[in-house]
Design a protein around this ligand. Structure first.
Ligand code: ZN
Length: 307
């Protein structure tokens, strides 16, 4: 069920960890924020112009992670898994103080972030959320990758991968973020191919990467000793990334996303196109009636027929 009202967190919480790409340890402090303030990163190691609003317009790079940058050039990177946790737990307004350039990777998934947020809890604020309800299909194709969104009463994501190895292969999954159990999505880790590691490191990335925060695939084998956490961990992680990246729209979206081989770059390009396509969506607050589950509707129809 969607939350109708905006939420913040119910207290301040601190955690720290290594950055996947920078290899630097950073300390993060999550602080409650007021209505309509959204998600704001604040670099505490920088003295001025250190606020970076979590918005798709501030995405400055999508090379292996999502980087946000303000107009003064202050950046924060690898924001997507924390944003996905905000999406899933239901946080709308929060200040994310960070004393370095990159959000900690933790175990490569959103599991730790979700449990931190669930532990501190939510505080309901006195104003309704604005949803972005899709009313017209929009699609985008880029270099063999595809993404589209069409009307739905929930946020649904249908994702398909296409890798030449057998272990990832054509893995696909569909998730309804309001109705499905999201445990497998939350705990699915980031992944890379063993053959790409040298190139990634040459580009100065993945300095903090290890088998404790990423799945490494070598041909048709998972290198990590304990294997996978669930059967569809690869595509489930891509769905997690997409949820985090889509929260950068500034809204909870009511629409069904279909994505083929996408990633941070495609999601960002698509959000720009979607939010320019004014006839494709309406901005609205919701009431309970709109949120009746499909199954409940079917049930009520059945009862009506039986009666
Ligand atoms: Zn990711």
């Amino acid at each position: 069920m969607q939350k109708l009202y905006q939420n913040t967190i119910n207290g301040t919480v601190i955690f720290e960890g290594i950055g996947l790409h920078s290899g630097k340890i950073s300390k993060v402090k999550l602080i409650p924020n007021e209505v309509d303030k959204g998600i704001v990163f604040k670099r505490t190691d920088i003295n001025s112009d250190n606020n970076i609003i979590a918005n798709y317009k501030n995405v400055s790079s999508t090379k292996l992670c999502t980087v946000l940058e303000n107009s003064s050039g202050t950046k924060v990177s690898t924001v997507e898994h924390l944003l996905a946790a905000f999406y899933i737990v239901g946080v709308d307004n929060v200040i994310v103080e960070i004393d370095n350039e990159e959000v900690p990777i933790m175990d490569g998934s959103s599991k730790d972030f979700v449990s931190i947020l669930e532990k501190v809890g939510l505080r309901k604020l006195d104003k309704k959320r604005k949803f972005l309800k899709i009313v017209e299909k929009i699609d985008l194709e880029d270099d063999g990758k595809q993404i589209s969104i069409e009307p739905s009463d929930n946020f649904e994501v249908n994702f398909q991968l296409n890798y030449s190895n057998n272990i990832i292969g054509k893995q696909k999954n569909s998730v309804n973020f309001s109705e499905d159990n999201l445990d497998d999505i939350i705990s699915s880790r980031t992944f890379c191919l063993f053959k790409d590691i040298e190139m990634i490191k040459k580009n100065g990335l993945a300095k903090g990467g290890s088998l404790s925060n990423a799945i490494v695939v070598d041909n048709d084998k998972v290198v990590n000793e304990d294997g996978l956490r669930n059967d569809k961990e690869f595509v489930n992680h891509k769905i997690l990334d997409l949820a985090g990246d889509f929260l950068l729209s500034g809204y909870r979206i009511l629409g069904k996303v279909s994505c083929y081989q996408g990633g941070h770059n495609l999601s960002n390009t698509f959000l720009k196109k979607l939010l320019k396509s004014k006839s494709a969506f309406v901005e609205k607050e919701l009431d309970n009636i709109v949120l009746t589950k499909k199954t409940d509707l079917r049930q009520s129809v059945k009862i009506a027929v039986n009666a």
